[in-house]
Design a protein around this ligand. Sequence first.
Ligand SMILES: [Zn+2]
Length: 263
Amino acid sequence: MSKASEAILQISKEDSLLQTNRKKLKALPEKKRKIRIPLKRVESVLDKLKEQEEEICGQIRERETLVEVENEKIKRSDERMLAVKNQKEYVASQKEIETARKTIKKVEDQILELEEKKNAITSELIQILEEYKQTKATVGEAEKEVLSEEKKFLDKIETYQKMKDKLLPQIDPDLVDTYNLLTNRKIIPAAVEISNPSCMGCALSIPAQLFNEIIRDSVGKCPHCGRLLFYKEPEKPKEDPKDKAKKKAKSKAKKKNPVAKAN
Ligand SMILES: [Zn+2]
């Protein structure tokens, strides 16, 4: 087989691998997205809990301010009591103090209740934070793996491109054009070897006359899918394993001889 035929067949073979690699590469963003799903779930739980905690803290602060205000009222009433002019004023101040104390008691009970709620949320938060940390580590590992996969695919594609750049000049430009037309139409592999009158690409049979021409010219086109077909002599039937062993021994002996001569 000519060097050009070998070159185009090699490119063709690599095209299939390239296509597989490109498909895998294309699937990676979706893979990345899926990897992050558990993390997103934990994050949303975490966010909700934080929001709840904040809300309760706000409610507690509001009530603490209220207690301060009521305490202020008591302080002022106490001061007024020192300067009351009559019984009526005295009673009024005392009533004010009593009301303020009742309010404080009520609000402080609410604060206690809220603190309990807050503690429950805080302990839940600690748990979820731990889960978040673990999930993040797992996701990080998985992402690293995807990145190395990505690099692997990109490296393969680059190697392929370099190989193609090196091989292309060895091939007849017309053949390259036909080849490119086929691959652009996603007919991959675009060049195949045949030893029988049937296309190794589309599996349809090739007319006898055309097959003879392909044997004669060593290259032709499939009338069905348009693939470039290169003739390859059929492989010899497999030898008996015993014969193979004998041959191997012989060839080993042959290989040893030149060395002996050289010495
Ligand atoms: Zn075909």
